[in-house]
Every structure is written in structure tokens, then in C-alpha cells.
Design a protein around this ligand. Structure first.
Ligand SMILES: [Zn+2]
Length: 124
């Protein structure tokens, strides 16, 4: 179980394990998955991982990615080019910021929404 050791005043650094999902048979990339724990551990512990299909900005929670099949040929998928990244998630309040140019960038809103949805689905 992850512990909350960081106070809210500091930016939180979250470690994400990410990997491409590739087809054994035709080699096409079916998407990428990400998780805050190691991807194999997530599967073992029955934790959903976030699946992002090509062209989608939104990751959807998937309980068992190993059951997924290639969209193109129906072949089995494997994890390719797994990587560990660190994302800074700060409790940044845009309302406290001096007005700059209106609203926060859409990219950031999108990213924060994704991460909120992912963490909610993991907490469920
Ligand atoms: Zn395929």
C-alpha cells in the first residue's frame, strides 16, 4: 500500500511505470499503460492500470491488460519499452495565482483530470 508521506504544502512526486503495449504477431502498438506501482505487481495485486489507446489523451482503467488483444489482428499483447517516469503533481491552486492570461493551459487541465480519474479508479 502506498503511504501518504508528503505534506500538501510540497509538490508531490509520483512515480509512474509506463510501457507500450505491442502485438506479438503484427508488432503494432495497441496503446500504452501506466501505473503507480510496477506493472507486473499491479496485475498480481489486482490493481487496475491506466490504458491509453493511440490518439487518446484519456487513460482508462483496465484491470487485466493481459486479456486485451490487438485491434488489428487479434494477437496477444506484450509490454515493450517499459520505463519509469516521475511526475510532479503539486497542489497548485490556480485561483491563488495572480491573473496572467486567464485560464490554465488546457493541456494541464487535461493532465490533472486524467490523474484524478486514475487515482479515483485506483482508490475504488
Ligand atoms: Zn496485431
Amino acid at each position: 500500500m502506498p503511504t501518504l508521506e508528503t505534506s500538501y504544502s510540497k509538490p508531490v512526486r509520483l512515480t509512474f511505470y509506463v510501457a507500450d503495449l505491442k502485438c506479438y504477431l503484427c508488432g503494432s502498438v495497441a496503446g500504452s499503460i501506466e501505473s503507480q506501482q510496477s506493472l507486473t505487481a499491479a496485475v498480481r495485486n489486482g490493481q487496475p492500470v491506466g490504458l491509453r489507446r493511440p490518439g487518446q489523451t484519456k487513460a482508462t482503467p483496465v484491470l487485466d491488460w493481459q486479456r486485451l488483444r490487438c485491434d488489428r489482428c487479434g494477437g496477444p499483447l506484450y509490454l515493450d519499452e517499459s520505463d519509469v517516469i516521475t511526475r510532479r503533481v503539486d497542489e497548485y491552486n490556480w485561483l491563488d495565482e495572480r491573473p496572467r492570461r486567464g485560464r490554465p493551459p488546457k493541456r494541464i487541465l487535461e493532465q490533472r483530470r486524467r490523474e484524478r480519474e486514475l487515482s479515483e479508479s485506483q482508490a475504488a
